[in-house]
Write a protein that binds this ligand. Structure first.
Ligand SMILES: Cc1cc2nc3c(=O)[nH]c(=O)nc-3n(C[C@H](O)[C@H](O)[C@H](O)COP(=O)(O)OP(=O)(O)OC[C@H]3O[C@@H](n4cnc5c(N)ncnc54)[C@H](O)[C@@H]3O)c2cc1C
Length: 451
């Protein structure tokens, strides 16, 4: 069967879903293809269910702070409300009927199945051939990656996709990977009473972030009883039918569950990139500032390698939509990409780290301040750990990167993202009035320390 449409969107992660809907609302004939769930990783296995876990775990942590501040509290953590909320509210029991209806109500023709490019502007979905007059958009996203560890593939390990479906918590868990996903899940499970060990190959957890952020989260983890082993080499993994044994050097770490959070693999090897002259073995699809990857082909989301975030997928969808519709608008720019690791303290950051700025040859000045020393941090007391770190290009007198970690680190980040995005002069930031006593006042202190 063959069908002619204006645009075919292959893969309906957050950006693909928004783009297909937006193009259809603008009057184009759109076909949208997904082999799994419409909406992609974020609503069913990523951002939304994991942040529901984090929210519940944070409530427990706050109630444990009551004795320091407000009397006595007792609690009996239970996982059932979290599992129920994820199943019923976040994912509709991993059913995308409502999302498909939203697409179809917007006028999109939805095709379930594996989409593959079969030449310029042609997509083959398991025998159904979709011919696109304007072009094809790829938004095929990523899959959890499995590190090449002896024995691991033969064990019943978990990835994020299993962790968010957990109906019952294990008594212990080893986590391979101390990146954002690994540390968020490690802390959430630990706060519900799971004994957690995080194993990280790099010499620190959250290695893409500032070293101060890694130390901050590592310190909180130690106080909460989460064991972190950084700089380790994992020799092998075995499962005896009941428990995992993870070989690290001479030691064996035993746990009831093993969560693998060791990066993501782009869904690119089987999408027919070679039929349009692109490398099917590449880790990402190179795109220009309008998200064009080849003649009649756009790519958006994690597969572009510009940052694996839902907000990136949505941002790039907007850029691609304007290009496909022939509308004016700013081209894609990546100098102020914000990201938040939703641990407690939350680690928000934007733009370059200090090291990246130095490696780029900039004349760097850094301002660092400790949130516990701020008035709001002191008032907040229990759970007040945090910091603000600013990275200035001293020649231009603008911030090129910033970190805000703390109880509301991801929210304080908004003003820093504005500053980096709009290249607001640091002199202007210094002349602002900062409300007292807020966490964001620490930004003013960090500015005064730029050196
Ligand atoms: C545990 C976890 C937590 C996260 N938390 C956050 C967070 O807090 N904030 C944040 O911004 N980001 C977060 N992310 C990242 C976020 O989920 C992704 O960046 C986001 O989903 C955007 O991905 P995408 O649009 O590239 O595609 P995806 O969401 O990966 O979707 C791709 C879609 O394409 C489909 N597909 C793939 N190949 C084909 C094919 N050949 N044919 C048809 N369909 C195909 C898949 O079935 C899927 O539905 C998290 C990720 C994980 C795993």
């Amino acid at each position: 069967m063959t069908a002619d449409v204006d645009v075919v969107v292959v893969g309906l992660g957050p950006g693909g879903e928004a783009l297909a809907t937006g193009l259809a609302r603008a009057g184009l004939e759109v076909a949208a293809v997904d082999e799994r769930l419409v909406g992609g990783e974020c609503p069913y296995y990523g951002c939304v269910p994991t942040k529901m876990m984090v929210r519940a775990a944070d409530v427990l942590a706050e109630s444990r702070r009551v004795p320091d501040l407000a009397g006595r509290s007792s609690q009996t953590p239970a996982w059932d409300p979290v599992a129920r909320r994820i199943r019923d509210e976040a994912t509709d029991d991993w059913d995308d009927t409502a999302a498909v209806k939203r697409l179809e109500d917007a006028g999109v023709r939805f095709v379930r199945g594996h989409g593959r490019l079969a030449g310029e502007r042609i997509v083959d979905v398991e025998g159904t051939v979709l011919q696109a007059r304007r072009g094809v958009v790829l938004n095929t996203g990523t899959t959890p990656a499995l590190p090449p560890v002896d024995g691991l593939a033969d064990t019943p390990y978990w990835t994020n996709r299993d962790a968010v479906r957990a109906e019952r918590l294990p008594e212990s868990m080893a986590v391979i990977g101390g990146g954002a996903i690994g540390v968020e899940l490690a802390q959430a499970f630990a706060r519900f009473g799971v004994r957690v060990t995080v194993l990280e190959v790099a010499d620190r957890i959250l290695s893409p972030e500032e070293p101060e952020s890694s130390a901050l989260v590592g310190g909180v983890f130690a106080r909460e009883g989460i064991e972190v082993r950084a700089g380790v080499r994992i020799g092998s993994v075995a499962h005896d039918g009941h428990r995992f044994a993870v070989r690290v050097g001479e030691q064996s770490i035993e746990a009831e569950r093993l969560l693998v959070a060791a990066g993501r693999r782009p869904n690119l090897p089987d999408v027919g990139l070679e039929t349009v002259g692109l490398d099917p073995g590449a880790r990402s699809v190179p795109v220009d500032e309008r998200m064009r990857a080849a003649e009649g082909l756009w790519a958006i989301g994690d597969i572009t390698g510009k940052g694996a975030f839902t907000h990136m997928s949505m941002y790039q969808a907007g850029v691609a939509q304007r290009d496909i519709l022939g509308q004016d608008g700013p081209p894609a720019s990546y100098h102020a990409v914000p990201r938040v690791t939703f641990t407690d303290p939350e680690v928000g950051s934007v733009g370059m780290t200090e090291q990246q700025a130095r490696d780029a040859g900039l004349t760097v000045r850094v301002g660092l301040t400790d949130l516990t020393a701020s008035t709001r941090g002191w008032i907040h007391m229990a759970g007040n750990e945090g910091l603000v770190k600013l990275v200035e290009d001293a020649d231009r007198g603008v911030l090129v990167g910033a970190t805000s970690a703390g109880p509301t680190g991801g929210e304080v980040l908004s003003m820093l993202t504005t500053a980096v995005h709009a290249a607001v002069p640091t002199a202007t930031l210094r002349s602002m009035i900062y409300a007292y006593p807020t966490f964001h006042r620490a930004v003013e202190d960090a500015l005064s320390r730029l050196a």
